[in-house]
Write a protein that binds this ligand. Structure first.
Ligand SMILES: Nc1ncnc2c1ncn2[C@@H]1O[C@H](COP(=O)(O)OP(=O)(O)O)[C@@H](O)[C@H]1O
Ligand SMILES: [Mg+2]
Length: 478
C-alpha cells in the first residue's frame, strides 16, 4: 500500500509552533473537540467558551488521539504520553495554521460577508473539487479557533483551499485573514447582522473590508456590486494592495454580471457574463441570493485560472444544506405539502431573501405559501424596526399566511394585515400544533429564524408528524 504522508509529524508540528514534542508521533488530522476527535488526530487543548480543553486531554488520548498539544501536563495524563508542549495553545494553533499555509502551493480563497459565507464556501469547494485536490473549512468554522484549525488541517498536497472568515466585532477578521493569506477574497454582501455590536452598516462594511488586509500581493478582491458598499469595499481593497477588483451582481458595471436568471422551485437557470466570457448554467440552489453568490464563485474560478466549465457543472449539482433551503415533501391527511427548512439562521437580509424565494414558489391545488418566522437575534436597538419592517415586505409579497414565534416577532404579528396573520406564540414549540392543524395539501411552508429562536424544533416535529419524507433533495449537512 502506498504510504500516506502524515498531515503533521512530531518534528514538523514542534517546529511550526516552537514547542517540544515528547515521543515521536504522526497525526492525520487536527481537532479541538475531544467529543468528535478521530483516531490519529492531534488534539489541541484550547481554553474556549465552554471550558479548558486541558480537561479533555486524557479522554482524547483514550479515543486514539496521536498526541495532544498542551501548555502543561494535565492531571490524569501520564508524563510519558505523546504531548506537544507549547507556551500558549491558542498562539500555537495559529502558528500551526500559518505553517500549513506557508508550506502549501494551493490557490487560496477566503470568504466573508453578512450572509452566505458557508453556502458560498461550499459552492467553491464543489467547483474546485471537480478539478483538483480541494480543502475547505468544515461547517461554519470561521472564528479565532475555526480559521487556524481549518488551516492546520490543510494537507500539503492541496491545490485549492477555501476558508470561511466571520466576525462579531471590528478587528476580528484582520488577524485571521493574515494567516489565511488568500489569493482571492470574496465579500458576499453587507447587511445588518450582529449590528448590535456596531454603530452603523458602514462600520460593518469597514469590518468586513479587513479581509483584504490579508490578500497576497496583487490578489483579487471579489465584491458584490449591487451592494451600496461596493465603492467603499473596492477602495479598501485597493488600499490593501489588491491587484484586481472584480464586481459581481446584476449591476451593468459588474465584471461578473448576471444577464438573466429564471428561478424555479429547486434551482435557477442563469445566463451570465464572467469577465467577458458568456456562460449559461444551472445553479442547484433556489433563490436569487444563491445565484448572486454563484457569480462570486465563478469570478474567483476565472480569476484563479481554474476551469469555468467544470465549475459550472458542479454548481448544477449542488443541493441545499440543512437549514439553508433544504426541501422536504411531507404527508398530511389527504395529500402532501412542501416544507422548506431555512431554520439555520436569520438576519434581515437572509430573511428577505427567504421570503422572496417563498413568494415566488408555485403552489399546487388550493395550496398556500406560509411563512413561519422566529426572532432575528443580535440586532441591537433597531431590532423592533427590523422585525416590524418585515410586515411591509410580506404584505407586498405573494405569501398567504405568517406564523410568528418569539418576543421580537410579536411586533411583526401586530403589524401584519389581519388576513395574513397566523398564530403567534412565545416560543417555537407553541407553533407546532396550530401550524399542523392549519396545513392542507399543496401548501408550501418556509421556516426561518435565528439559531437562538430554535425554529429547528418546528422542522423536527413536522418531519416526525409528516412521517414518510418523500425527500425531494437531501444532502449530508456541512
Ligand atoms: N447574498 C445573500 N444575501 C442574503 N441572504 C443570503 C445570501 N446568501 C445566503 N443567504 C442566506 O443566508 C442564510 C445563511 O447562509 P450561510 O451560507 O449559512 O451564511 P453565513 O455562513 O454567512 O451565516 C441562509 O438563509 C441563506 O439562504
Ligand atoms: Mg457560516
Amino acid at each position: 500500500m502506498e504510504a500516506v504522508e502524515p498531515l503533521w509529524d512530531s518534528e514538523a508540528a514542534a517546529a511550526a509552533c516552537a514547542g517540544h514534542s515528547s515521543g515521536r508521533w504522526q497525526a492525520h488530522d487536527v481537532s479541538i473537540d475531544s467529543r468528535s476527535i478521530t483516531r490519529g488526530a492531534l488534539f489541541v487543548a484550547i481554553r474556549g467558551d465552554s471550558g479548558d480543553g486541558h480537561a479533555y486531554v486524557a479522554d482524547a488520548l483514550k479515543k486514539g488521539a496521536a498526541a495532544a498539544m498542551v501548555d502543561h501536563v494535565p492531571e490524569g495524563v501520564a508524563q510519558e504520553a505523546p504531548l506537544l508542549m507549547v507556551r500558549d495553545t491558542q498562539a500555537a494553533l495559529e502558528a500551526l495554521g500559518a505553517a500549513a499555509r506557508a508550506r502549501s502551493a494551493a490557490r487560496i480563497v477566503a470568504v466573508t460577508g453578512s450572509a452566505g459565507k458557508t453556502g458560498t464556501k461550499e459552492m467553491l469547494r464543489a467547483a474546485f473539487a471537480r478539478q483538483g485536490m480541494t480543502h475547505a473549512s468544515q461547517a461554519s468554522y470561521n472564528n479565532q479557533w475555526g480559521v487556524p484549525l481549518s488551516l492546520a488541517r490543510m494537507p500539503r498536497e492541496t491545490q485549492f483551499g477555501v476558508f470561511e472568515i466571520g466576525m462579531n466585532h471590528a478587528g476580528e477578521i484582520t488577524p485571521l485573514t493574515k494567516i489565511v493569506r488568500p489569493h482571492a477574497a470574496i465579500v458576499t454582501t453587507i447587511a445588518p447582522a450582529h449590528i448590535g455590536n456596531f454603530e452603523s452598516l458602514t462600520a460593518i462594511a469597514e469590518a468586513k473590508a479587513e479581509i483584504f488586509s490579508g490578500l497576497t500581493p496583487g490578489g483579487v478582491a471579489v465584491i458584490n456590486q449591487d451592494n451600496p458598499f461596493f465603492d467603499l469595499l473596492a477602495r479598501r481593497s485597493r488600499e490593501a494592495g489588491a491587484g484586481r477588483i472584480v464586481g459581481f451582481g446584476a449591476s451593468p458595471a459588474a465584471e461578473a454580471r448576471l444577464v438573466k436568471a429564471v428561478h424555479h422551485a429547486e434551482c435557477s437557470c442563469v445566463l451570465a457574463e464572467i469577465c467577458g466570457q458568456p456562460l449559461t448554467c444551472k445553479i442547484g440552489l433556489a433563490g436569487n441570493h444563491w445565484t448572486m453568490n454563484a457569480l462570486a464563485v465563478l469570478a474567483v474560478v476565472q480569476a484563479l485560472g481554474a476551469d469555468m466549465a467544470l465549475a459550472a457543472l458542479a454548481l448544477a449539482e449542488l443541493k441545499p444544506l440543512a437549514g439553508r433551503g433544504r426541501r422536504h415533501r411531507l404527508h398530511i391527511a389527504d395529500g402532501v405539502f412542501t416544507l422548506i427548512d431555512e431554520s439555520y439562521n436569520a438576519n434581515p437580509a437572509s430573511m428577505l431573501a427567504a421570503l422572496n424565494n417563498l413568494s415566488g414558489h408555485v403552489t399546487e391545488g388550493r395550496g398556500r405559501r406560509i411563512a413561519v418566522l422566529g426572532d432575528m437575534a443580535e440586532l441591537g436597538e433597531e431590532a423592533k424596526n427590523y422585525h416590524r419592517d418585515l410586515a411591509g415586505a410580506i404584505a407586498d409579497s405573494r405569501i398567504h399566511l405568517t406564523f410568528t414565534a418569539g418576543r421580537e416577532m410579536q411586533i411583526l404579528h401586530d403589524n401584519l394585515p389581519r388576513e395574513l396573520r397566523g398564530t403567534h406564540s412565545a416560543d417555537s414549540a407553541g407553533l407546532v400544533t396550530p401550524l399542523w392543524e392549519t396545513l392542507r395539501p399543496g401548501d408550501v411552508v418556509m421556516v426561518k429564524g435565528s439559531n437562538s429562536s430554535n425554529m429547528g424544533k418546528i422542522i423536527k416535529d413536522l418531519l416526525a408528524l409528516g412521517d414518510a419524507d418523500l425527500q425531494i433533495n437531501t444532502m449530508k449537512s456541512a
